[in-house]
Ligand binder design. Structure first.
Ligand SMILES: [Zn+2]
Length: 425
């Protein structure tokens, strides 16, 4: 059966009808409904290629009380995502072909979006011994992104070896840039406010030192490095410099680092406790500008579900992390589209095309044109909705945006022609 999407603004530009059949976009133009065809009135809706997240914590295996592959990918579809990269810090850690294949199969069974497992760089995320990167790359999961996320690959020699190793299969090492010795016990951004609140500070230099080291290593061994969740103006400057040299460096920023600041720590509500920490107004401004000019390649959610008991406690003992999949596009509309920093084509580039390229996903982030996969999202940019923590497909409730009115609404998501979110209009 085919679906006719009528009158969508493709990438926010010209209106067109799209026919979806057999998993592909078969026609684009001014089309008439066929007999028995489902017609979706997309008047006023923007059509984008399905969003691709480079940084999702699905928690399965091991922490199914926080999230499962099924619930996390359902939340992803609701947020307009058609592919997510599942981070390796599960229990057991995704450091073998067996675990990445398990996560990949769980994703296939759930069917809400493509799940690309991220392989751990080091055994058990312990930072001492390289994991079986080649076996994970050759597995059914075809891993291309490797990361110890949650932990920094702090050992420079090990990082160099990982970068050298992944070249063989066109992989990329995604670094969680956090110098561990400079962040022992750290709770929030280091500055005047951390001193006043009596919380151990997390200096910008602890991130920037690793970003600087790793772009130099990537240049030296000519292998791809991707910097996770950039959070400081200084990190932006280093990435900009590395890119000006033509080095193989990419970077992502989270929605929360584009919208929220360290000022939220003043209420000691652990829902705002995150790694890396929320930073200053100046950092937020630099991150927005860098996403606008392309220095930062991608928005990545760092969706980090936690059960209630991990967040309903004192700041100092609460877990780091916040939800992000269902609100990412709305936050990007709020901070980038509404102020004119990015148009919808730019959003498609930073949330679909470039992350798909970094992850080497060949059938995601494609143009919305005849012959391409019918993998797309329809957004109503004129809608506004207030975020309710209880209204989520995630198993967890730790959204930092509860009570906040955000623009835009995901009306429908399609993965290779199959509707994975939204009802027919
Ligand atoms: Zn991280």
């Amino acid at each position: 059966m085919s679906v006719l999407v009528r009158g969508a603004e493709v990438l926010g530009q010209e209106r067109a009808d799209l026919r979806l059949a057999d998993g592909t976009i078969t026609e684009v133009g001014s089309l008439q409904p066929q007999r028995g065809e489902q017609v979706l009135d997309a008047d006023g809706l923007v059509a984008l290629p399905g969003l691709v997240d480079l940084h999702t914590h699905l928690r399965e295996p091991g922490r199914e009380d926080a999230e499962t592959v099924r619930t996390g990918t359902r939340a992803a579809a609701a947020g307009g995502f058609t592919a997510v990269h599942a981070m390796a810090n599960t229990e057991p850690v995704a450091d073998t072909a067996g675990v990445v294949e398990q996560v990949w199969r769980l994703g296939q069974d759930a069917g809400h979006c493509d799940v690309r497992p991220v392989g751990a760089v080091t055994v058990g995320l312990a930072g001492t011994q390289l994991a079986e990167l080649g076996a994970m790359a050759d597995s059914a999961a075809r891993v291309r992104v490797f990361s110890d996320d949650g932990h920094c690959v702090a050992d420079a020699a090990l990082m160099r070896r990982a970068l050298e190793y992944v070249k063989a299969f066109d992989g990329v090492v995604a670094q969680h840039a956090q110098e561990p010795r400079l962040t022992a016990g750290a709770q929030m951004n280091e500055g005047e406010l951390s001193g006043r609140l009596g919380l151990v500070g997390w200096p910008a230099a602890a991130e920037e030192a690793i970003v600087a080291r790793d772009v130099l290593l990537a240049a030296h061994v000519r292998s791809r490095v991707h910097i996770c969740h950039l959070s400081t103006a200084g990190s932006v400057e280093i990435v900009r410099w590395a890119k000006s040299k033509g080095w193989p460096v990419t970077a992502e920023v989270t929605p929360h680092h584009l919208l929220l600041t360290e000022a939220l720590a003043a209420g000691y509500d652990p829902v705002f406790k995150v790694n890396p920490p929320l930073r200053s107004d100046e950092d937020v401004a630099a991150l927005r500008a860098a996403l606008a000019d392309g220095t930062i390649d991608a928005v990545a959610t760092d969706h980090a579900p936690h059960p209630r008991e991990a967040k309903d406690c004192e700041w100092a003992v609460a877990a780091f992390g916040m939800l992000g999949l269902e609100t990412a596009l709305a936050v990007v509309q709020e901070v980038m589209v509404e102020p004119g920093l990015l148009d919808w084509a730019g959003v498609a580039d930073r949330m679909s095309v470039r992350p798909a390229g970094i992850g080497r996903l060949t059938d995601q982030g494609r143009p919305l044109a005849a012959g391409e996969p019918a993998t797309l999202v329809l957004v109503d940019p004129a809608a506004t909705s207030t975020v309710r923590a209880a209204e989520t497909f995630s198993k967890s409730r730790n959204t930092p945006y509860a009570g906040l009115a955000l623009p835009g609404r995901v009306v429908a998501t399609f993965l290779r022609g199959r509707q994975t979110h939204g009802a027919a209009r």
